[in-house]
Design a protein around this ligand. Sequence first.
Ligand SMILES: Cc1cc2nc3c(=O)[nH]c(=O)nc-3n(C[C@H](O)[C@H](O)[C@H](O)COP(=O)(O)OP(=O)(O)OC[C@H]3O[C@@H](n4cnc5c(N)ncnc54)[C@H](O)[C@@H]3O)c2cc1C
Length: 387
Amino acid sequence: MAPIDHDALEAIRDGVRSLCKPYGGDYWRAIDASQGFPEQFVDELTRAGWLAAMIPEAYGGSGLGLAEASVILEEVNRCGGNAGFVHGQMYNMATLLKHGSEAQKAAILPRLASGELRLQSMGVTEPSTGTDTTKIKTTAVKRGDRYVVNGQKVWISRVQHSDLMILLARTTPLAEVQRKADGMSIFLVDLHQAIGQGMRVQPIDNMVGHETNELFFDDLELPVDTLIGEEGKGFRYILDGLNAERTLIAAECIGDGRWFIDKASRYAGERVVFDRPIGQNQGVQFPIAEAHIEVEAADLMRWQACQAFDAGLPAGASANMAKYLAAKASWEAANVCLQTHGGFGFATEYDIERKFRETRLYQVAPISTNLILSYVAEHLLGLPRSF
Ligand SMILES: Cc1cc2nc3c(=O)[nH]c(=O)nc-3n(C[C@H](O)[C@H](O)[C@H](O)COP(=O)(O)OP(=O)(O)OC[C@H]3O[C@@H](n4cnc5c(N)ncnc54)[C@H](O)[C@@H]3O)c2cc1C
């Protein structure tokens, strides 16, 4: 595996930081308060080419790896923003790149790179099956030159701010497949054609700045050439993409963790109570130091995941463990930051309560902590399967 070139990554950090600078706390707070979407920020990030980092140069992107992409999202969060509004495109694009046909890639990737199109959405989760994905009930039945989709999805993010969505549906009933992961397929859905013509979108009010929705499919017709890869192998393709997703989200959590620790350290050094800075008390400084250690340890696993992914080696173990460690570390850092600020941590103008809510998401989505523990126990340690 090639070593990580941290000097080269520093240039990316600088570039993203300077783009993020004008988008301070006021900007993100206003988006959060209105449950809005940071359209201007996303446009600028796209126009600057950062969201096309992983698209090969032949398709108009920068041809960079997951290590570089992870730094871009980490810096957005470290600067106080929320990369959750944009991360979808990076990992969805990885699925299309790896499993899409040459015609699909040629038609879509250059337009993603230029910012003309957005592929920000992925529809997997369903209300009645949750984490037990192989039991999804949304079906796509082939009729002539079309697949007809029926079913329901929940928590599908960025649908109103995307042009395309990758959709997972069952193409062969569960009872007719040998392995439960077989018989599911993924489709590239043109949202402009689908919404109102077999697909309905119902936004969900939620505690984080996340535009997310319920989707209802009622005889949505998809042309056969929207199928990505081979019919029946979609679940495996999605799992492939999830390693990129988990590593990118680990990096966002590391960005959050560093933001919380910087903020807590600064405040602990400045706030004077009992005639001395509160940070002079070990009861205040030790939790901040502990949070820092945990964020830095999680970062090491993030690099391990990036190296494996970028070398084309199996990355499931390191990507899952990076996501687990980073989500836990950022949440601990959030808690410490809030505690260090006392009552002021609850005031929205400090941005702590907003980022506290935002980083909490990552212990539930895109995969819950328990499911990572189950993966490690059963797949890495060989313990008996529980489901
Ligand atoms: C803001 C937000 C955005 C999202 N965006 C998307 C998106 O864009 N696309 C998409 O497809 N999904 C999306 N999701 C869905 C997300 O991936 C799921 O919420 C998550 O995978 C958990 O599934 P669930 O909510 O159905 O929980 P459930 O599966 O119902 O689980 C509930 C709890 O029980 C635990 N649990 C369940 N089974 C077991 C078990 N066997 N052993 C131990 N513990 C168990 C889980 O860990 C969890 O804590 C989003 C969710 C949120 C909140």
